[in-house]
Design a protein around this ligand. Structure first.
Ligand code: ADP
Ligand code: GN1
Ligand code: MG
Length: 380
C-alpha cells in the first residue's frame, strides 16, 4: 500500500493514467512519475502520486477524485475543508507533533480542479511514515485514535462563523435514516427484500433507539458542535515508529454534529474483533479492553469541554452508531448497491450482518461498558 513504485510489470491502468494527467493541474515541485490506487475508503477514488524533486528525492501526494454523486456541492465541501484545515492549523501548539491535512492548490490557486469529463479532484500533501488501520491491532492504537478525534473536536471548538455547510444533509439523523430504510423496504427497488427478512426484523426491533440522542439534543442537553462525523479507525494516521496519532484525515463530513457521533463511530470501527465485512459472525465481538482504551483516550482530550450529559451517553452512542451504519449498509443492499463501493456481490449485506452482530455484542455488554464509562468519568 505504501510502496514507492507500482507493482512490477504492471502498467498503470487507465484510471491511474487519468490521475497522472489531472495531477499536472496541481501545484507541485516536479512532474509526477506514477500514480497508484491507495487505501481502502468506501467513497472517493484515492491515488498516491509520486514525483521526483529537483534533488532527485521522491515526494508523494495524495490525489482524490471526489465522489460528487454523494457530495452534491463540491465547492461547499471544499470551502469547509479549507476553513477547517486553516483553523485547526492555527490552533495547533508550536510543540504539537500531530499534523493537519494540507491542501495543495491547483495552478490557479483553487482548492480543487476538474478533469476533462467534469469530475472534481483535490490533492493533499502525503502523510509519510504513518498509516491508517482497517482493523485495530493493539489497545494503544484505540487510545491514540480516540484522543486524536477528541483533540480535533477541541481544535474546532472556536471555529469562527458561519456554520459549516452540511455536506451530506441529515448524515447522522438516525430517525431519517430509519425512515429511508422503511421506504426502501416498501419500494423494494432491486427485488432483494425477500432475501433480508431477518435483518429487517432485527432493525425493526430496535427502532426505539433512533430517537434518543435526537430527543436529548432537541431538549438542549446535547449541544451541536463541529464534529468529524466519520471517525472510523482508518480515518486517522498513526506513526509507524511511535504509534502516536499523526493526522486526522477524511474531512469530507466535518460539519455540525454531536460529539457522540464521533465517539460512537470509533466504538463501531475499533472494538470489532473482526473486519467490518467479515462473514464469520462468530468472530464479531466488541472487545471490552478496546472500549476502555477508547474511553480513556477520548476523555483525555475531550473531557474539558464535554458536558455531563454527553459523557453519560458514550456507551449508548457506540450501539447507536453501529446500528446506524449497519442500517445504512442494509439500506444500500436493498437499494441495489448505489452508495458504498463494493468488491463482491452481497458485500453490503455482509457488512450489514456484521454490524448487526456487533450491535448484539454491544447490547450484551451494555451494562459493563456503561460501568467503564462511569468509572473513568469519575476519575480526576
Ligand atoms: P474515503 O472518503 O474514500 O474513505 P479517505 O480520504 O479516507 O477516502 O482516503 C482513503 C485512504 O487514503 C485513507 O484511509 C488513508 O489510508 C489514505 N490517505 C488519505 N489521505 C492521506 C494523506 N494525506 N496521506 C496519506 N494517506 C492518506
Ligand atoms: C464511509 O469514507 P469512509 O470509507 O471513511 C462512510 C461512513 C461509514 C463508513 C463505513 C461519507 O466512510 O459514513 O461509516 O464508510 N462515509 C460517508 O465503513 O458516507
Ligand atoms: Mg476514509
Amino acid at each position: 500500500m505504501q510502496s514507492l513504485s507500482p507493482p512490477a510489470g504492471q502498467a498503470p491502468d487507465e484510471r491511474a493514467a487519468q490521475a497522472l494527467r489531472v495531477f499536472a493541474r496541481f501545484e507541485s515541485d516536479a512532474p509526477a512519475m506514477h500514480a497508484v490506487p491507495h487505501g481502502s475508503g468506501h467513497i472517493n477514488d484515492t491515488f498516491a502520486v509520486t514525483c521526483r524533486n529537483a534533488q532527485g528525492n521522491p515526494r508523494r501526494y495524495l490525489l482524490q477524485r471526489i465522489n460528487s454523486r454523494i457530495f452534491r456541492d463540491v465547492p461547499a465541501l471544499m470551502d469547509n475543508i479549507a476553513r477547517v484545515t486553516r483553523h485547526a492549523r492555527s490552533r495547533l501548539s508550536a510543540q504539537a507533533t500531530e499534523r493537519v491535512l494540507t491542501l495543495i492548490p491547483d495552478r490557479d490557486g483553487a482548492a480543487f480542479t476538474h478533469d476533462d469529463t467534469g469530475a472534481a479532484w483535490r490533492c493533499y500533501d502525503f502523510i509519510e511514515g504513518a498509516r491508517s488501520y482497517d482493523l485495530l491491532e493493539r489497545p494503544e492504537q484505540a487510545r491514540e485514535a480516540a484522543a486524536a478525534f477528541g483533540r480535533f473536536q477541541g481544535l474546532l471548538a472556536d471555529l469562527p462563523a458561519p456554520r459549516l455547510h452540511e455536506t451530506i444533509p441529515a448524515f447522522h439523523h438516525t430517525r431519517r435514516r430509519f425512515e429511508t430504510f422503511l421506504e426502501l423496504v416498501r419500494r423494494d427497488p432491486a427485488g432483494r427484500v425477500a432475501l433480508v427478512r431477518d435483518e429487517i426484523a432485527f432493525a425493526n426491533a430496535r427502532e426505539a433507539m433512533v430517537d434518543r440522542l435526537l430527543d436529548l439534543h432537541a431538549r438542549g442537553d446535547l449541544p451541536e458542535r463541529t464534529t468529524h462525523n466519520d471517525t472510523k479507525l482508518n480515518n486517522v494516521m498513526l506513526d509507524d515508529a511511535t504509534g502516536r496519532a499523526v493526522c486526522v484525515i477524511d474531512l469530507d463530513t466535518v460539519m455540525p454534529g454531536l460529539a457522540l457521533y464521533d465517539f460512537g463511530d470509533l466504538v463501531r470501527s475499533a472494538t470489532n474483533a473482526a473486519a467490518e465485512d467479515a462473514t464469520n459472525l462468530a468472530q464479531v465481538v466488541a472487545r471490552p479492553e478496546i472500549f476502555t482504551a477508547l474511553t480513556e483516550g477520548y476523555l483525555a482530550t475531550a473531557r474539558s469541554f464535554l458536558r455531563r450529559a454527553e459523557i453519560a451517553e458514550l456507551a449508548f452512542a457506540g450501539r447507536l452508531i453501529t446500528f446506524e451504519i449497519g442500517l445504512r449498509f442494509l439500506t444500500d443492499f436493498i437499494e441495489g448497491d448505489v452508495y458504498f463501493k463494493t468488491k463482491r456481490p452481497g458485500h453490503n449485506l455482509d457488512r450489514a450482518r456484521n454490524q448487526f452482530a456487533l450491535v448484539r455484542s454491544l447490547e450484551l455488554q451494555q451494562d459493563s461498558f456503561q460501568r467503564t464509562v462511569d468509572r473513568l468519568a469519575a476519575q480526576p
